[in-house]
Write a protein that binds this ligand. Structure first.
Ligand code: CA2
Length: 141
């Protein structure tokens, strides 16, 4: 069955491929997204990015009642945002949390996610491939 999957990227992820390539790689998200859409042509993949916490919550509210699945990389808000965690609980669409880096092998303040317990699953540490793995998981569930 064809699915509609929404990707939500949080703060600073608009800089992917432009800064800190040793942690986050060289590819821009736009280039990666183009590849992903070509790889999964039968599914609709919609992509949003915001640096603003309230806008991420609005996206979850707006998409979370109609998308077949949501992939979220909330960036730094992963570790701080009770409000995004609450928004994930409030919507019926399954949400998968992703991280490019392995947050558990980084600074201690990145080890805890306030969102993870409210998500269907978490994928971290596989570079941009984390998003592909999350997409496959949502397509097959
Ligand atoms: O590994 C991930 O995907 C993170 O969600 C990325 C966040 C970080 O705060 C999380 O702990 C783990 C940071 C995103 C910053 O993205 C940049 C990308 C390129 C250049 C600079 C920042």
């Amino acid at each position: 069955m064809a699915k509609r999957i929404v990707i939500i990227n949080g703060p600073n992820l608009n800089l992917l491929g432009k800064r800190e390539p040793e942690i986050y790689g060289h590819q821009t998200f736009d280039d990666f997204a183009m590849m992903l859409k070509k790889e999964f042509p039968e599914h609709t993949i919609e992509i949003f990015q915001s640096n603003v916490e309230g806008e991420i919550i609005n996206l979850l509210h707006n998409q979370g009642f109609k998308a077949d699945g949501i992939i979220i990389n909330a960036g730094g808000y992963t570790h701080t945002s009770v409000a995004i965690a609450d928004a994930i609980v409030a919507i019926p669409s399954p949400v998968v949390e992703v991280h490019i880096s392995n947050i558990h092998s980084r600074e201690p303040y990145r080890h805890n996610s306030l969102l993870a317990a409210n998500c269907k699953g978490v994928i971290a540490g596989f570079g941009l491939n984390s998003y592909r793995l999350a997409l496959i998981a949502l397509i097959n569930s």
